[in-house]
Design a binder for this molecule. Structure first.
Ligand SMILES: [Ca+2]
Length: 183
């Protein structure tokens, strides 16, 4: 290899490394504590907990007797959030949930003007864990997110939106308050 070729190759490699770093740095992530809602309507309720991030979570309180078959939700209790999306793109929704059992493991989720979807229905019970939701295309600017009652015994600690499709949250995350509007 001639010396000039080597210099060109080195320059190209450095350029690619810089591009790669910029690509990683540009992944947008918005983290919201579930208790940082804009509005709340019963039977959705806020509860305090020392093991929940921020010391609180939202939930549809468990009913007694708790249903053991799928039925219609008891009401349309919900929270809404006003979130600023920092840049246009495809975002994956994740929620840090705590499910009671197979009949207390979901919410309805509505992101902006997207269709209402079922969030959850996975089989991890009685502990906080991250649950993957839909991947949605969002514009830059304000979006309203709505979490609604589907089953009693369902709890939500945090949720996040990330443009990085391969990102998998593990622990509770630091809230990005600059993207959250409170009343
Ligand atoms: Ca929380």
């Amino acid at each position: 290899m001639r010396r000039t070729d080597a210099v060109i190759l080195m320059t190209a490699m450095v350029g690619l490394m810089v591009l790669g770093t910029a690509g990683l740095a540009s992944a947008a992530k918005v983290v919201v504590e579930a208790e940082s809602y804009y509005t709340i309507q019963p039977s959705m309720a806020k509860a305090a907990s020392q093991v929940a991030s921020g010391g609180a979570y939202i939930h549809i309180p468990l009913r007694r007797p708790h249903g053991t078959t799928e039925g219609a939700p008891s009401d349309t209790g919900h929270t809404t959030y006003r979130i600023t999306i920092p840049e246009a793109g495809s975002y994956t929704f994740w929620g840090r949930a705590h499910w009671y059992d197979g009949c207390g493991n979901s919410f309805f989720l509505r992101i902006g003007d997207k269709p209402n979807v079922v969030f959850g229905n996975n089989g991890t019970y009685q502990r906080w864990h991250w649950v993957r939701g839909p991947r949605v295309t969002l514009n830059k600017g304000t979006v309203t997110i709505r979490i609604q009652n589907r089953e009693d015994g369902a709890k939500l600690d945090q949720f996040l939106l990330t443009t990085n499709a391969r990102y998998v949250p593990v622990q509770a995350e630091k809230e990005t308050r600059q993207y959250i509007t409170r009343p």
